[in-house]
Design a protein around this ligand. Structure first.
Ligand code: UDP
Length: 239
C-alpha cells in the first residue's frame, strides 16, 4: 500500500525471510528498503530517493510510526519489520541454506566485527566479504568489483539512508547479487558499537526516543517524526 505516496508492503518479518529465499532462488537483482517516517519525509523532498523506493522489490515497514499511520489511514499493517531484527535472522537462515553474505559500510572495523559476531552465533555462516569504504562516487568502481568477485547471495549496505539505497539502485544491475538491502545502523548494533533500545521500548513504539537520547545530534533529522504525523493526519482529513 502507498503511505503518503511511498510504497510499503504489508509483510511480516518471517515472510520477509521467506521472500529473500524466493528472490535468491529466482536469481536476478532484488532491492529491499527499510522504510520509516524519516524515509517517507525525505522521499517527498527528494525525487531520486522516491524513485528508488518505488522501484524497490520490497519496502519493509520499519518503524512504529508507519504502523500508527497505517491504522490512522484505515489500512493497518500487520507488523513492524525492522532491518536491525532482520540482519541476525537472515544470517541464521543464510547459515542453514548456505547463502553467502557481504557486509558493506559502517565505520572501519565494524563490518568485520559484525561478521565475527554473526559467525559465532551461526557456525558455518559464509561471509564472502566485508568492506567499510564509502558511498563516495570515486570509490564506486572498486567497491563494485570487490563485491562482484566475492559472489555473495546477500549484500547488506550500511551507509545510512538515502545514500545506501541510492548506491544499491545505481549498481544493482551490475553487482550480480540477488538480494541487496540498506541496513542503516544495523551493523553497529550487531557489532556492539551501538546499543539498541530495550525490548519494552521497542514494543511501546519508543525506539526513536532511545535513539534520540543516545544520539542527540539526530534531533534535526528527527523533526521528520512530528512532520510525518502532521502529514498523515492531513491526508486522513482530506479523504
Ligand atoms: N556510514 C558509512 N559511511 C558514510 C555514512 C554512514 O559507513 O559515509 C555508516 C555509519 O557508520 C553507520 C551507518 O552508515 O554504520 C548509518 O547508520 P544510521 O543509523 O545513521 O542510519 P540511518 O538512520 O541514516 O539509516
Amino acid at each position: 500500500m502507498p503511505l503518503l505516496s511511498v510504497p510499503v508492503h504489508n509483510i511480516t518479518t518471517a515472510e520477509t525471510v521467506a521472500r529473500i529465499g524466493a528472490f535468491i532462488a529466482e536469481g536476478g537483482p532484488h532491492q529491499l528498503c527499510t522504510v520509516n517516517p524519516e524515509f517517507v519525509m525525505a522521499a517527498r523532498r527528494d525525487a531520486e530517493f522516491m524513485a528508488v523506493l518505488r522501484a524497490a522489490d520490497l519496502c519493509l515497514p520499519d518503524g512504529a510510526g508507519l504502523l500508527w499511520a497505517s491504522r490512522v489511514l484505515g489500512q493497518p499493517l500487520r507488523e513492524r519489520v525492522a532491518g536491525s531484527d532482520l540482519v541476525p535472522l537472515v544470517a541464521a537462515e543464510a547459515s542453514r541454506q548456505g547463502w553467502g553474505l557481504f557486509l558493506l559500510g559502517a565505520a572501519e572495523g565494524v563490518a568485520g566485527k559484525a561478521a565475527a559476531t554473526l559467525q559465532t552465533a551461526n557456525p558455518g555462516l559464509r561471509v564472502t566479504g566485508v568492506w567499510a569504504g564509502s558511498p563516495h562516487p570515486a570509490e564506486e568502481e572498486s567497491i563494485v568489483a570487490r563485491i562482484r568477485a566475492a559472489h555473495p547471495h546477500i549484500l547488506f549496505v550500511a551507509y545510512g539512508a538515502p545514500a545506501q539505497d541510492k548506491w544499491i539502485a545505481r549498481n544493482r544491475a551490475r553487482l550480480g547479487v540477488p538480494v541487496m538491502m540498506g541496513v542503516g545502523g544495523a551493523l553497529d548494533f550487531v557489532a556492539g558499537a551501538a546499543v539498541r533500545a530495550p525490548r519494552w521500548m521497542q514494543r511501546a513504539g519508543l525506539e526513536w526516543l532511545h535513539r534520540l537520547a543516545r544520539e542527540p545530534w539526530r534531533w534535526r533529522r528527527m523533526l521528520a517524526l512530528p512532520q510525518f504525523a502532521v502529514a498523515v493526519l492531513r491526508e486522513r482529513l482530506e479523504r
